[in-house]
Design a protein around this ligand. Structure first.
Ligand code: G3H
Ligand code: 13P
Ligand code: ZN
Length: 325
């Protein structure tokens, strides 16, 4: 058993409390490699924003689950060194399991140094979701690890789960779910979805802020989580397409709507696809324009810089999490 405290991580409790009262959301960025991890941590340090670094089951498998907390520990050491050099305050870092599929994987993550976990029982029957989530909460809380549950299924693809239609969270069920399970935060379905194709072309892309309001009435001052919140910037869709991609119908969540949600009870906003898109567009452009580059540090270094700028802007414009440390 390796406690997350030994690795310098924090759980989400105090961060969400501050975010709720401050009217902002803590950014939850997925990462899969070293450059992505560095970009997130350095951007959040520069923004003076708390950060949730999150890895899905497939990211854990890609990196190697047992060493992943150690890699992130390395990133925390780097962040502290840079903070000292630049005379900035070190930022709080959460290491979070995204879409934990079952108790076994969640336990593995808690035991190896994660400070926060999601148990995703959203595709189960309500009573099975409650039972599984409660089992995870009972185990996690013994070690000070915070737990995110999910009610209502998002459209799109998340790990092994594929949902065809958006199944919005029923506001009438949230209070009972929170009470029975003891979760620390709740992911809800209000019209966002995973991936880069979130809305049909021609329709007005929007999330159901009215459902969010109803949910908030049922569980006042309780931290809400938004998955599938990438905005899929036109600029990078265009750039990827210009250099050979075919992402014609890629449409994301409008940033102004996310900002409204962050000002309410949404305390955690998940972004993954935007970083994938930016990475892909940047690499396509570099390789198209430079036929002789062979050093991965040249092109991955450029990706890191572009991602860093993106995260700094996201913290400021969408999360409102800058200068909150
Ligand atoms: O919510 C899903 C995340 O975007 C993770 O996706 O399983 O491909 O890493 P992934
Ligand atoms: P996006 O696919 O919109 O980036 O959502 C990511 C996410 O919800 C990770 O859990
Ligand atoms: Zn998600």
């Amino acid at each position: 058993m390796l406690s997350y405290k030994k690795l310098g991580f924090v759980n989400t409790r105090a961060l969400f409390k501050k975010a709720l009262s401050g009217g902002y959301a803590v950014p939850a960025y997925n990462f899969n490699n070293l450059e992505g991890l560095q970009a997130i941590v350095l951007a959040c340090l520069e923004s003076q924003s708390p950060v949730i670094l999150q890895a899905s089951k497939s990211a854990c498998n890609y990196v190697d689950q047992s060493i992943l907390p150690h890699l992130v520990y390395g990133a925390v050491l780097m962040m502290k060194r840079v903070a000292k050099e630049k005379k900035l305050k070190p930022i709080p870092v959460v290491l979070h399991l995204d879409h934990g599929p079952d108790f076994k994987m969640v336990k593995q993550c808690i035991d190896s140094g994660f400070s926060s976990v999601m148990i995703d029982g959203s595709s189960l029957k309500y009573k099975d979701n409650v039972a599984l989530t409660k089992k995870v909460v009972d185990y996690a809380h013994k070690y000070g690890v915070t737990v995110e549950g999910e009610l209502g299924e998002l459209a799109g693809v998340e790990d092994d789960v594929v949902a065809e239609l958006s199944d919005y969270t029923n506001p009438k069920t949230v209070a009972d779910f929170v009470l029975r399970t003891g979760v620390d935060s709740l992911a809800v379905s209000i019209g966002t979805s995973h991936g880069v194709h979130k809305f049909k072309p021609g329709v007005n892309p929007h999330i159901r802020l009215d459902i969010l309001k109803e949910i908030e009435k049922q569980i006042p001052n309780f931290p809400i989580v938004l998955h599938g919140a990438s905005s899929v910037p036109h600029r990078y869709v265009g750039e990827a397409n210009k250099y050979g991609a075919n992402l014609i119908k890629a449409i994301g969540v409008p940033e102004d709507q996310l900002r409204v949600a962050a000002g309410q009870a949404v305390c955690k906003i998940n972004i993954d696809s935007d970083s994938r898109l930016i990475t892909t567009a940047t690499l396509r452009k570099i390789f198209a324009e430079n036929k002789t580059v062979v050093d991965p540090r040249e092109y991955l270094g450029e990706v890191r810089d572009v991602l860093k700028e993106f995260y700094i802007n996201k913290n400021k414009i969408v999360m409102g999490s800058n200068d909150r440390v």
